[in-house]
Design a protein around this ligand. Structure first.
Ligand code: ZN
Length: 201
């Protein structure tokens, strides 16, 4: 896989699709990589939301649970993933970042039968759930786990992007919008992911 004209291009065998989102603009200096979860369990759900002009939201890339990817915004265009956000002296982080969304149902609630449910009341099997405490929250909750395939592909793409755009750091949406956003959440392996992408411990 490589980056050509600000798009990911497969060498061979990799499953990669480009579906353009209308929710984008010119003007980006990508010095950060910002990680998200979709808050839904399917790729189709995320892609159709980001294709909808009403959503006013998008990301450069969406990575499915099997590791397949859809690019929706070229890396030299501004995607609308970070919303109201700030980091250090910068605000409006869409202007300064590439955004990757991982298909993941996110923070879950438990029903009376002890089943874990997404916000839209879909059941997530308990073997795919980890109970953990978010850094900004005071109590534990159930969180949908990421898959190995997803983390592997995200790491590989993160590395490629870092080579092309030379990031200063890798951040979570919850870092740049604390109190409003909790993604990618406590089960995303941010420390190891950051080390891999930036090539430092
Ligand atoms: Zn997010």
């Amino acid at each position: 896989m490589k980056i050509s004209n600000h798009l990911l291009v497969a060498d061979s065998g990799e499953k990669l699709t480009y579906i353009k989102s209308p929710n984008q603009a010119a003007g980006i200096s990508p010095i950060y990589l910002i990680m998200h979860y979709t808050a839904g369990p399917t790729l189709d759900g995320a892609v159709s939301w980001f294709k909808n002009p009403q959503a006013q939201a998008s990301a450069h890339l969406v990575i499915d649970r099997d590791g397949s990817m859809v690019q929706m915004v070229a890396f030299n265009r501004r995607a609308w993933h970070a919303g109201k956000s700030q980091w250090g002296n910068l605000s409006g982080m869409n202007q300064y970042s590439i955004g990757i969304e991982l298909v993941n149902a996110g923070k879950l609630s438990k029903n009376a039968n002890g089943q874990w449910l997404t916000w839209s009341k879909k059941v997530i099997p308990s073997e795919d759930v980890t109970v953990a405490k978010h850094k900004d929250e005071s109590s534990e909750a159930g969180w949908h786990e990421y898959t190995e395939a997803q983390i592997e592909v995200a790491s590989m793409v993160g590395l490629l992007l870092h080579k092309a755009y030379n990031f200063t750091d890798v951040l979570g949406h919850d870092d740049v919008s604390p109190g409003h956003k909790v993604d990618p959440g406590p089960v995303f392996p941010m420390n190891s992911f950051r080390s891999i992408v930036l090539g430092r411990a």
